[in-house]
Design a protein around this ligand. Structure first.
Ligand code: MOS
Length: 755
């Protein structure tokens, strides 16, 4: 298990508090020297290789597999199909919790989507397993695939992770018809696939009824419970090691059927087995962002104040499970209006079940809402920023709850100044650059909620003056390990380089879920409490000890700083941690802490992070080619633990926003129900040359309610505003409204698209 120790920060950056410092990543050197090892880098002795055979149809039945041919391959060891798949203790069709999805673990011969596993071939080499899988030559009974949003709709029980499908207040229809100005527009967002750099991989080893798994996972304890259930062993018998993760974005918060099959293969063969999905196989079984069509109807008074907002989303989910992209939820969060209705309907397609994908709901929902707000501003003859300010929500729309903190006005102001928003011509097609390209400026609001999960941590102060902090928290590239170490060091009164963090393993205290942008708040709160508890226990020792300079100071009469406890009433009287432990004859003293949201502390507050994003695009007037050239975002997300890493997270989100606006989308073959661009050459994401000049400004925000650390979260908010800002800049450059994502040349250059 890795222990990270060193930061590469220059000493002059440190002045007492570790949190707040722009430290570089603690795991940076491991990463750039290739010493950070990922799941598929593991090769336990005697390991076999598994390869999934996957369905090439989207709906129907597998009628034949040439298992004999695969078994005849000299290096093939086992072929698992529904015909010989041993029983599982847990039902793959079961739903065991909010993040549990129905899985395809060869329970029968049904095909529910393209790329569904239909067999697993295990062999002595990867090449042999691949060849063995190709020998199966499946035959199917094919049924027509249900594709797209124009099929029968239903109202889902919930959207996202347990949110209501419908929330409304007041009479929206009356508000829409009574107002003098209104817009009514429909927006479409495609299905998108996470496709992290590191594919979903797993190395499974059984030792009797003990199971060890090397596999990337955003929630090791939750995954441990799931594997234990599927295989009928106690959770303590399952060890999940996930020290480094090459991107997750939500797709690694959940298990896939392929994971289960690999563990099964290890049990059947009595040997460790490795399975890594191919790039193409990740288009289907491991979640995606569902396709949406969203109708926005907004009505306004002539002074630009909203009178009614109706946000209706139709989204696609699978035929057998119910993750519903919560696109309309953004209209519950952002703008004041006397009447608001947010509603969802869903359709069933023959696709893998969608799931949480970075900024679920808010990425797709704000893409639509923020363009609609721009259209509404135009209808009112107002500047888009002024229009948003005219509809600024002083309290959370619909619920009327006060915000725990909300520095969105400051974000607008700071972003607008840095970007140079003032003086922008209000009409479209007014600006050109020196090369004759159409130039456009757009803006949008970013918003994200602040969830927290339950977590635990242990912190131990050691006799040599160092400390070790343990929690199963993970780092999927976001910099969590560095930020958490900063929190740990402060809670222990140590410098960060004296604190080792043990992480990414399910035998450590439950670090909760790295999701919902809540990981720093979640695991950080647990670590903060554990560190405080360790220091308090050390102080008890010292203040009860007649030989200590701290004797009689009382528990609350000491402070911890730089590896020493000081008396508060006389800071010159102090003693080192090492000294206290040595006299007590202890090698270490530890503390435990939990992190979870305290509903009493939150009170009746709405918890959100905010931002404002400004975008510049250039459009070739002859070719319709769009380039985002400049992005400025200003974000307020509570206390910033590490500004360098936070900016990096915001850049990542903003780049994803560029991707959403201009590049990304799965193309479905409507006849076969297969994704046609199931690779990273035709599924477009931005390359370096597509990424504009980026600036992410951090707006100061103190929050006394959100949690004890005052931390909100920054992982996802960067996407939310960027999509709309770019789309609105495209309109400003061209006069063509973006209502379909990603922006494509044919949508810009359509004959009706103005001249
Ligand atoms: Mo994320 S989509 O909350 O991992």
């Amino acid at each position: 298990m890795p222990e990270t120790h060193r930061t590469q920060a220059s000493p002059n950056l440190r002045h007492g508090s570790n949190a707040g410092q722009p430290l570089t990543r603690r795991d940076g050197i491991l990463k750039v020297t290739g010493r950070a090892s990922y799941a598929a880098d593991n090769h336990p002795e005697g390991m076999l290789y598994a390869v999934c055979a996957v369905s090439t149809i989207a709906r129907g039945r597998v009628t034949h597999l040439d298992v004999e041919a695969a078994r005849a391959h000299p290096q093939v060891v086992e072929v698992i199909t529904p015909a010989n798949r041993p029983p599982l203790a847990g039902d793959p069709e079961g739903k065991h919790g909010l993040f549990a999805f129905r899985l395809e673990a060869l329970q029968n011969d049904r095909v529910r989507y393209a790329n569904q596993p239909i067999a697993l071939v295990v062999a002595k080499t990867l090449e042999a397993a691949t060849e063995g899988a190709s020998l199966l030559k499946p035959r199917y009974e094919v049924e027509p695939a249900r594709v797209g949003l124009d099929v029968e709709r239903f109202v889902p029980e919930a959207v996202g992770v347990g949110a209501p499908a419908t929330i409304a207040h007041s009479d929206v229809e009356t508000g829409l018809s009574a107002a003098p100005l209104r817009i009514d527009a429909t927006y479409e967002t495609p299905s998108q696939y996470h496709n992290a750099m590191e594919p979903h991989a797993i190395v499974a080893s059984w030792d009797g009824d003990r199971l060890t798994l090397d596999t990337p996972n955003q929630a090791p304890h939750m995954a441990r419970a799931a594997y234990a259930r599927f295989f009928g062993v106690p959770p303590e018998n399952v060890l999940i090691r996930t020290p480094f993760i090459g991107g997750g974005f939500g797709s690694k918060a959940i298990l896939a059927g392929a994971h289960i099959l690999c563990v099964l293969a290890a049990r059947m063969t009595g040997r460790p087995v490795k399975l890594a999905l191919t790039r193409a196989q990740m288009f289907g079984p491991v979640g995606h962002r569902g396709e949406t069509r969203q109708r926005l109807r907004l009505s306004m008074e002539t002074d630009g104040r909203l009178k009614a907002v109706s946000h209706h989303a139709i989204v696609a989910t699978s035929s057998f499970d119910d993750f519903i992209e919560p696109s309309a939820a953004v209209s519950r969060m952002l703008y004041a209006s006397p009447a608001i209705a947010t509603t969802h309907e869903a359709v069933r397609n023959d696709i893998g079940t969608p799931g949480p994908m970075r900024a679920p709901g808010l990425a797709s929902g704000s893409a639509a809402l923020e363009v609609a707000m721009d259209e509404a501003a135009e209808a009112c003859g107002m500047d888009p920023l002024d229009f948003r300010l005219a509809n600024y929500a002083e309290v959370e729309p619909i619920t009327g709850k006060p915000y725990s903190s909300k520095a969105l006005r400051e974000c607008y102001a700071k972003g607008a100044t840095e970007f140079g928003w003032s003086g922008r011509p209000r009409d479209s097609r007014q600006m050109r650059d020196e090369d004759g390209f159409l130039l456009g400026l757009g803006m949008a609001t970013a918003v994200f909620h602040c969830p927290m999960f339950a977590a635990e941590a242990r912190a131990a102060l050691r006799g040599d003056g160092t400390a070790i902090v343990e929690t199963s928290a993970i780092d999927m590239g976001q910099g969590a390990l560095t930020a958490l170490a900063q929190i740990a060091a402060d809670s222990l009164g140590l410098d960060i380089d004296q604190v080792a963090l043990r992480f990414g393993s399910s035998d450590l205290p439950d670090g909760g879920v790295a999701g919902g942008s809540g990981h720093t708040a979640t695991a950080g709160s647990a670590i903060h409490a554990a560190g405080g508890n360790a220091v308090a226990r050390l102080a008890e020792l010292a203040t009860a000890d007649r030989e200590s300079a701290l004797f009689g100071a009382g528990n609350i009469g000491v402070i911890a700083r730089a590896g020493r406890l000081h008396r508060k009433d006389d800071e010159s009287r102090s003693e080192s941690y090492a000294g206290i432990l040595a006299r007590a004859g202890l090698a270490e003293i530890d503390g435990w802490g939990k992190g979870a949201r305290d509903p009493a502390a939150v009170g009746d507050h709405a918890l959100q992070a905010h931002g404002a994003v400004f975008a510049e695009v250039k459009v070739d007037p002859e070719l319709g080619q769009v380039r985002a050239t400049r992005l400025v975002g200003a974000f307020a997300a509570g206390r910033i633990i590490n500004p360098r890493l936070v900016r990096s997270q915001l850049y990542g989100g903003m780049i994803w926003g560029v991707s959403f606006a201009l590049h990304e989308g799965a193309s479905m073959d409507r006849r076969s129900g297969r994704v046609m661009n199931a690779d990273l050459s035709e599924y477009h994401v931005p390359t370096n040359a597509d990424v504009p000049s980026l600036e992410a400004l951090l707006v100061h925000e103190d929050d006394a309610f959100v949690n004890g650390l005052g931390v909100k979260g920054v992982g996802e908010i960067g996407i939310a505003g960027t999509v709309g800002a770019i789309a609105n800049a495209v309109w400003h450059a061209t006069g063509v409204r973006v209502r379909k994502f990603p922006v494509r040349i044919e949508n810009i250059m359509a004959p009706s698209a103005g001249a």
